[in-house]
Write a new protein. Sequence first.
Length: 272
Amino acid sequence: MIDQRDAIDCLTDACGVIHSPVPSNVSPRIVCLVPSITELLFDLGLEKFLVGRTGFCIHPRDRVGAVPKVGGTKDVNLKKIRQLEPTHLIVNIDENEKPTVDQLSQFIPHVIVTHPLNPQDNLHLYRMLGAIFNVNIQAEQLCQAFQDAISNVRVDMTPKHVLYCIWKDPWMTVSEDTYIAQNLALRGWINVFPQAHAVSPKRYPQFEWDDPILANTDLIMLSTEPYSFTHQHCEELQRTLLKPVILVDGEMLSWYGSRAIQGLRYLQNLNI
């Protein structure tokens, strides 16, 4: 028997809103403004209920094209979304703008807010969407696959200090309370930018290469997203800094949802 408190927790989103399961005789109409969660909806078997997505929602590549685009994660087309008559909107605190979400909430009855901060938060994400949209069995299957994947991630014997770069001009990285940094921490890789760093106390701080905090960096990671870093960037930066620089798959290390299961396997096999 499921404890009532557990059932309520399972239906509670990142803003503390407790959602009700969709009645079995009702077909939801879902607009998702979060690329990784759009992919998750497909993997939960909810494809037929998805009526809108962003242009950055690119997975699964062979099926997502049938879902209408409604703009980007920041600049959505309000009129187009209204015309789709959605019953549910799925957003993320980091990826979507609150003023836009507030406008959408004026005509979309159910707004589900997500905010995974560490890999384990995926378990709640799977179960919350599973409970709301009545796909609990599929959600538990993903939970099991996730648990299997995370149990195989091994911590390196020698800790490494890493700088994970997400943008150039200006250069930007991640602080230790982000999903990316917590993901890297599973391998024992220490993020060099704490959130409280005096120069830039932000979750995604800008930095300069002469910042003293970078002196102890063992490795620099250039992510393929959101900035499209390439091997050429790695080679140029390595010649300049005389430090190891590698290119990493941004989707694998920053996407939550079902992609996180593949991401954990990628993380385990990443040799540095």
